[in-house]
Write a protein that binds this ligand. Structure first.
Ligand SMILES: C[S@@+](CC[C@H](N)C(=O)[O-])C[C@H]1O[C@@H](n2cnc3c(N)ncnc32)[C@H](O)[C@@H]1O
Length: 435
């Protein structure tokens, strides 16, 4: 019999995130490595991601059943109950299996004295399930499953749409593919998928393909050869918004894992050079893996974007993509743990980093060149306010509007999560005055 118990692993991951500040990306793969069956890995991910999405409601409903809070070493049992209630409310796992497996997990977690409590609380929760599912909560942060500070920011920025945005953040995301137009047309790609029994459709102009049902993408026709890549619809806009001509020198700042680097190269194979930089050498290795899979070439440099003197060779660039580090508030549906890992004070710090990178990178752009600023944030401080301030302080920077409402008083293009099924993203395009 395996020494691992999937519910015990789920509890460990949940507590690592909510109490110890680890990301799911750090905590989950280690727990998944205990299982060889893909279905077990999938169920573990579903439980952990689900708990992150639903945390305030699960937490409120579990706490009410406890005579005393589970603190200190008993916190892991709290995690186990959160996972248990999530399974009861939101999955098809049979209730008796949820209870039995959670009770067994107490033993794996070396807490045999907690079996009675776990058994009793989960049975009670199961009895009251219909009521628990229908419950409405007074506090917006519990009802809409967001931390209070973030909800306040969303309410201030989007007085009409904040509820819709919160709901979109709470829904599991669809799986998007990017067709490699230098290898095949999008129609050919959809046809090949259909012949392989995969239901998919083209969305918007461009290269995006929506898969009707998520699947193991590595098995898709052409994936190994780089004909298809995984990339969200909104993230795919950068290659359309930054036109690159043959012979151009292009800089991709904050490039890892390289989705946009590869897309730009697929669009313009005749560019003179693509230089991709990122602070994190480990993440930069993933850029190389993506380039290799697709058969593309770029010059990769590890370095701090706000210190170009460390890595720049002094040759200016025709085009720059700056996909700035950000709050990732546009991709919460993909990373629901971010709701509990981010803090209100992070936003001002991130905005400061973005300002420093923008100021440091601008001199690397040729006169007459174009810079595309992008974030996967939906907060104005990181987006339109950032660019508005930059335009005011930079005499040779001019807004190159993306659409009619893209004006210097409110620059850029803000996509909200779920618009056409894509993530929340922001783009602003700036031209540098010709000398
Ligand atoms: C949003 S991700 C970039 C995604 C990437 N452009 C893509 O499309 O695949 C942000 C990246 O910024 C990098 N980063 C953060 N601070 C940085 C800095 N000061 N200089 C360079 N890269 C930085 C992070 O390591 C991370 O890989």
């Amino acid at each position: 019999m395996s020494k691992y118990n999937l519910r015990a692993d789920a509890a460990q991951v949940i507590i690592a995130v909510i109490d110890k500040g680890q990301s799911m990306a750090q905590a989950l793969p280690k727990a998944q490595s205990h299982y060889s069956d893909g279905r077990d890995k999938g169920l573990l991910a579903e439980i952990c991601y689900g708990v992150m999405r639903q945390l305030p409601q699960l937490d409120t409903q579990v706490r009410r059943r406890l005579q005393q809070p589970l603190n200190g070493k008993k916190r892991i049992i709290h995690g186990l109950l959160l996972a248990g209630l999530y399974q009861l409310k939101h999955t098809r796992v049979a209730p008796h299996a949820v209870v039995a497996e959670s009770v067994n997990a107490c033993r794996t977690l070396r807490a045999p004295g907690m079996t009675g409590l776990v058994n009793g609380v989960l049975r009670q929760l199961d009895r009251d399930l219909a009521e628990l599912k229908a419950e409405q909560f007074d506090a917006d942060s519990v009802q809409f499953l967001h931390p209070g500070w973030l909800l306040k920011r969303l309410q201030a920025a989007y007085p009409e749409q904040w509820q819709q945005i919160a709901q979109a953040n709470n829904a599991p995301p669809p799986l998007w593919l990017r067709n490699n137009r230098s290898q095949q047309s999008r129609e050919q790609a959809v046809q090949a998928l259909s012949e392989a029994g995969v239901s998919a459709r083209a969305v918007e102009d461009g290269d995006a393909i929506l898969l009707e049902t998520p699947c193991d993408v590595t098995q898709l026709p052409g994936f190994d050869q780089g004909a298809l890549s995984v990339q969200d619809l909104s993230a795919q806009q950068s290659a359309h918004l930054l036109p690159v001509a043959p012979g151009d020198r292009v800089l991709d700042v904050c490039a890892a894992p390289g989705g946009k680097t590869c897309h730009l190269l697929e669009h313009q194979p005749l560019m003179a050079e693509m230089v991709a930089i990122d602070l994190d050498p480990k993440r930069l290795a993933r850029v190389q893996q993506n380039l290799d899979r697709i058969g593309l070439t770029a010059t990769l440099k590890a370095g701090d974007a706000s210190q170009p003197e460390q890595w720049w060779d002094g040759q200016p660039f025709d085009r720059i993509l700056l996909d700035a580090p950000c709050s990732a508030t546009g991709v919460i549906r993909r990373n629901p743990d971010a709701k509990w890992l981010r803090r209100d004070e992070d936003i001002a710090q991130l905005a400061q980093v973005q300002t420093e990178i923008l100021r440091a990178i601008w001199p690397l752009l040729k006169p007459g060149g174009t810079l595309l600023y992008a974030t996967c944030s939906i907060l104005p401080e990181e987006n339109c306010e950032q660019i508005k301030a930059f335009l005011q302080e930079t005499p040779d920077a001019m807004l190159s509007p993306i659409h009619q409402q893209d004006v210097t008083t409110r620059p850029g293009w803000q996509r909200l999560p779920e618009e056409n099924g894509g993530d929340g993203f922001y783009y602003a395009r700036l031209n540098k005055a010709a000398q």
